[in-house]
Ligand binder design. Structure first.
Ligand code: NAD
Ligand code: WQD
Length: 340
């Protein structure tokens, strides 16, 4: 059987490196392309160590068309997964052009080259942020996208639309899937790869593990007056290895010609809402570490609750999140202890 290769842009990053591992373990070949803006070669080494495969790595900026063309010329692959992007929501409000230039620019370059080289399948890393403060919960793929509340969120909507339009166009020749991730958390159980937050973490789980490790003095829980059972906000925390496996399922759907439309969208979450307080308690129980935390005002821009209806992904991708939250948080803690 022919071995299918997958180009992974942003493949040295948090989700990309886990996806590289799962693709290799499912029998795919991978090529990692990353400019190391938010990652290091250690992640590529981690992928090599876990899989025992000498994964090819190309240090390129995906906005640089000539450099990325070189990667297309050097490697055979039918599919690309586009993780490469900046992801700091707050910074995107301060520096919108940086986000439009990189997140949209890199995707336009990738799509041009996919067309030019006749490479067929594209997976795009989208986000639950496209739903904003949804009026119906859980959100399904047909829940309307609301106007983005940040330039970062807008880049996700724009790139989803670019993919949809390229698939529909006569010059396209590509098939595409957007995966809307909810809240990716955790690390590979080997602790060889995980999330590398820059500076003070904005996301909850890295802030919790850094607090547990003594790097941060105290966790502030933003808001305990939301209209939720315990007053803290509800999210859908998806284990990064489960999330990585969703990419394997989606690539296989494209490669095996099982897609029911040229362009498809799937929510990737657990389908289970978890409050901030509940997550803190599960972390404490799973690790035996007591967390210093207190309540603080709501964080600007946060929605009270968002979680996924995952039936479409379960049915069409044959994929389900399986990791218990306690295991996920234990893996996050193991990764933190190795790194702090
Ligand atoms: P990450 O920062 O760890 O990974 C992104 C990788 O892309 C990094 O290694 C970075 O160096 C690289 N990169 C950025 N711009 C590049 C460019 N122009 N050329 C080449 N490489 C470039 O982030 P992540 O958490 O792994 O996120 C991966 C994707 O998933 C992103 O598109 C992100 O927006 C999306 N996403 C992430 C989350 C989350 O909470 N982590 C949620 C929803 C969607
Ligand atoms: C989760 C909950 C916070 C930190 C963000 C992006 C989104 C997506 C995923 C990319 C919220 C609370 C957090 C802290 C806290 N990324 N919290 N104290 O905001 O759901 O989503 O990451 O696409 O676009 O917006 O994730 O981890 O920041 O927060 O109380 O120190 O934890 O208020 O309720 P969020 P998060």
């Amino acid at each position: 059987m022919k071995k299918h290769n997958v180009l992974i842009t942003g493949g040295a990053g948090y989700i990309g490196s886990h996806t590289a591992v799962e693709l290799i373990e499912a029998g795919y070949g991978v090529i990692v392309a990353d400019n190391l803006y938010n990652s290091t070669l250690a992640a590529v080494e981690g992928v090599r160590k876990i899989t025992g495969v000498d994964v090819p790595f190309e240090q390129v900026d995906c906005c640089d068309e000539e450099a990325l063309r070189g990667v297309f010329e050097r490697y055979e692959f039918d599919s690309a997964i586009h993780f490469a992007a900046y992801k700091a929501v707050g910074e995107s409000v301060e520096r919108p052009l940086k986000y439009y230039e990189n997140n949209v620019g890199s995707f336009v370059v990738l799509m041009k080259l996919m067309g030019e080289f006749g490479r067929r399948n594209v997976l795009f890393s989208s986000s639950a942020t496209v739903y904003g403060e949804a009026r119906e919960l859980p959100v399904t793929e047909s829940t309307p996208r609301l106007p983005a509340t940040s330039p970062y969120g807008n880049t996700k909507q724009i790139c989803e639309d670019i993919l949809r339009d390229c698939v529909a166009s006569s010059e396209g020749g590509v098939c595409g899937i957007s995966l809307r991730y909810f809240n990716p958390v955790g690390a590979h159980p080997s602790a060889l790869i995980g999330e590398l937050p820059r500076g003070v973490p904005g996301n909850l789980v890295p802030f919790i593990t850094q607090t547990a490790a003594g790097v941060r003095a105290k966790l502030s829980i933003f808001g305990n007056d939301y209209p939720t059972p315990d007053g803290t906000a509800l999210r859908d925390y998806i284990d990064v290895v489960d999330l990585a496996r969703a990419h394997v399922a989606a690539v296989s759907r494209l490669v095996e010609g099982r897609a029911e439309a040229g362009y498809e969208v799937f929510n990737i979450g657990t389908g289970r809402p978890v409050s901030v307080l509940e997550l803190v308690r599960v972390f404490e129980d799973a690790t035996g570490v007591r967390l210093n935390y207190g309540f603080a005002p709501r964080r600007a821009g946060d929605v009270p609750a968002v979680w996924a209806d995952v039936r479409l992904a379960n049915e069409k991708l044959g994929w389900t999140a399986v990791s218990p939250l306690a295991d996920t948080l234990r893996n996050a803690w193991k990764w933190e202890q190795k790194n702090s």
